[in-house]
Design a protein around this ligand. Structure first.
Ligand code: BV8
Ligand code: ZN
Length: 256
């Protein structure tokens, strides 16, 4: 495994020539992104310390059906704050570089754990949202009502069909991932020649297992993350630095 620490913002990333040649000859690429990809847009990552009133909570404790059951208004406010935060940010150079890479590879799958909607806003099309999307809401009793987010009324909005509370259309801890998205992600893992794990601590399952599955099938595994993770030692190449700097460098290196 080659390990590159991209520390200096002004220095472009050095990519081994064999990785660039391999990617130039590849047509099928899969990418998994996590909250780190949105960090340079100004969004805190999932495990960054929360601030303000949310500093007293751990996101993992609020991102559960039990928390919503116990205090729907608190959980609803938590997601309203994050939705408003996401709405006030713009996709960064890393998101845009992923759109370039999507154009470059015939079969490109962008699997994301992120719920902030920034990949769509950047222009990514082949997107698989494993954990849902903050911009949508749905009935908590599963009667299928799905809508764009409403402004937060005084109390938690209720389903026009069955009267149950509406909830953010995101996947909470302890909940199954959406079958269609998981199936699409597994298909991408089973066919890709290269798998990129970008901006994720690789702690949340089953998303974190996708990289290992790709590797075990023989795909070249590339990690782009600010910090080392449990995946680093299994990666063929690990670039540790900012995805908003490394990804545009990768697009440039592939074009040269
Ligand atoms: C499930 C939506 C069946 C909500 C999220 C084994 C198998 C299956 C399940 C489990 C298992 N073991 C445990 C489980 C249960 C659980 C789990 O994984 N727990 C963990 C904590 C151990 N999994 C589940 O419950 C999943 N459901 O499997 O159903 C089942 C059910 C019950 C029991 C068994 C099986 C559902 C998981 C989905 C949870 N929902 N999000 C919300 O967002 O509020 S997950 C949440 O974490 C976000 O989606 C986030 O994206 C994701 C992962 O976090 P990261 O994205 O990695 O963010 P993090 O902050 O951790 O790291 C950011 C990284 O970026 C850092 O490494 C940092 O260095 C780097 N970085 C920072 N800045 C930059 C950067 N990198 C590059 N550039 C930068 N500028
Ligand atoms: Zn309903």
């Amino acid at each position: 495994m080659d390990y590159f620490r991209v520390i200096l913002g002004f220095m472009t990333t050095i990519f081994p020539s064999e990785l660039i040649s391999y990617l130039r000859a590849s047509t099928r690429v899969a990418v998994l992104t996590g909250a780190g990809v949105s960090q340079e847009s100004g969004l805190r990552t999932f495990r960054d310390a929360q601030v303000g009133i949310w500093a007293q909570y751990k996101p993992e404790d609020l991102a559960t059906p039990q928390a919503f059951e116990r205090n729907p208004r608190l959980v609803w406010d938590f997601y309203t704050t994050r939705r408003e935060g996401a709405g006030q940010t713009e996709p960064n150079a890393g998101h845009l570089a992923l759109v370039e890479l999507e154009r470059r590879f015939a079969q490109f799958s962008l699997i994301t754990q992120n719920i902030d909607g920034l990949h769509q806003r950047a222009g990514s099309r082949t997107l698989i949202e494993l954990h849902g999307n903050l911009r949508r809401i749905r009935c908590s009793q599963g009667c299928g009502i799905l809508a764009e987010w409403v402004e937060l009324p005084e109390s938690v909005p209720t389903c026009p069909k069955c009267g149950a509370p509406l909830r953010p259309d995101v996947i909470w801890f302890g909940e199954q991932l959406p079958p269609a998205e998981l199936e699409a992600a597994i298909k991408a893992v089973n066919t890709c020649q290269a798998f990129f794990s970008i901006g994720t601590s690789g702690l949340v399952q089953p998303a974190a297992s996708l990289a290992f599955a790709a590797r075990s099938r023989g795909a070249v595994l590339v990690e782009i993350n600010y910090d080392p993770t449990p995946l680093t030692e299994h990666a063929d190449y690990a670039f540790h630095g900012k995805s908003g700097e490394i990804l545009p460098d990768l697009v440039k290196a592939l074009e040269e």
